[in-house]
Design a protein around this ligand. Structure first.
Ligand code: 48F
Length: 245
C-alpha cells in the first residue's frame, strides 16, 4: 500500500499548493483576526489562502489567558463567534466567556467550509513587490527556516495580502513599514484601537489584529478577543470593496 500512499500525498499536496499559488487574497496568520478575515472573504466567494507557520490554528487565542482555557469577549463584538456556533456564557459587566480552543476550531472550520484554503507549517519570509505594490508573499517550510538551511523559497501571488501575524507584524516589517511595537495594557481602549488601526498600510497590503496595534504602538488588551474579530472583519470588508470597484 505504501506504493499508493506516496503518489496520492504528492499529487494531492502538489495540487493543493498549486491552487494557493494564485489567490485573490493571502492572509498571513491563522489567529482570530486572520481566520475571521478569511471567513468573511470566503463567504463572499473571494478566493482566499491562509498561510500559517505553526501546525495549528487559532494563534495566541488558543492559549486563553495565561494558558487558562477561557477567553472573554464583549457582547457587542461576539457576532462572528455566535454565527459559527461557539458557546458563549454570560459573565460580569456585559462580557461573555468562551472556550478558546472551541472558538479557534469553529472559526477555522467556518473559513474552510466557506471555501478558504489553510496552509500550515509554512512561513512567510518576504513579500513580492512590483512598482511599490505588494503582490503576494515569499514562503518557505517553517522546518527549513528553523534548521537555518539556505533553501530558495517559492512565491504565492495575490491581489491583496493581509498581515495578521499578531504582535510581530512580520509582513509589515518585511514590506518596510515602521512597526512601533505594542503598547502597555488598556483592554477597553486597545479593543477600540485595534479596529481603528486596521487599514491598508501599503498598496496591496492590509494589516489586521494585533499586528495593526503593533504598527501604531497601540494598547494591548490581554485575553479579550472581540477587537481581533472585528478587525479581521473590517479588513475583509475593505478588501471586498476594492475587489468589486
Ligand atoms: O498572534 P495571533 O493570535 O494574532 P491575532 O489574530 O490575535 C492576537 C490574539 O491572539 C492575542 C491578543 C488578544 O489580546 O493579543 O495575542 O492578531 O496569530 C498570529 C498568527 O500568525 C502566525 C503565528 O504563528 C500565529 O498563528 N505567524 C506569525 N508570523 C508568521 C506567521 C509568518 N511569518 N508566516 C506565517 N505565519
Amino acid at each position: 500500500m505504501e506504493r499508493e500512499i506516496t503518489p496520492i500525498v504528492l499529487r494531492e499536496g502538489y495540487e493543493f499548493i498549486n491552487d494557493c499559488s494564485e489567490s485573490d487574497v493571502i492572509v498571513v496568520g491563522a489567529g482570530p483576526a486572520g481566520l475571521t478575515c478569511a471567513y468573511e472573504l470566503a463567504k463572499s466567494d473571494v478566493d482566499v489562502t491562509i498561510v500559517e507557520r505553526k501546525l495549528y490554528v487559532g494563534g495566541g487565542m488558543t492559549g486563553g489567558g495565561m494558558l487558562f482555557p477561557a477567553g472573554v469577549i464583549m457582547e457587542e463584538t461576539a457576532e462572528v463567534l455566535e454565527e459559527v456556533g461557539v458557546e458563549l456564557r454570560p459573565a460580569e459587566a456585559g462580557l461573555l466567556a468562551f472556550n478558546p480552543v472551541e472558538a479557534a476550531i469553529k472559526l477555522a472550520n467556518a473559513a474552510l467550509e466557506a471555501g478558504a484554503r489553510i496552509l500550515v507549517g509554512i512561513e512567510v519570509e518576504d513579500v513580492i513587490e512590483r512598482r511599490g505594490r505588494v503582490c503576494g508573499v515569499v514562503v518557505n517550510w517553517t522546518a527549513v527556516k528553523a534548521a537555518n538551511m539556505h533553501v530558495d523559497p517559492l512565491a504565492l501571488e495575490a491581489e491583496y495580502t493581509v498581515d495578521a501575524t499578531g504582535h510581530e507584524a512580520a509582513v509589515c516589517k518585511l514590506a518596510g513599514i515602521e512597526v512601533k511595537g505594542e503598547g502597555p495594557m488598556w483592554a477597553e481602549r486597545g479593543e477600540e484601537l485595534v479596529v481603528k488601526h486596521t487599514q491598508e498600510v501599503k498598496p496591496g497590503l492590509f494589516v489586521a489584529g494585533m499586528a495593526a496595534s503593533a504598527v501604531k504602538g497601540a494598547y494591548r488588551m490581554g485575553p479579550i478577543f472581540g477587537g481581533m474579530l472585528e478587525s479581521g472583519k473590517k479588513a475583509a470588508e475593505e478588501i471586498l470593496e476594492r475587489l468589486t470597484e
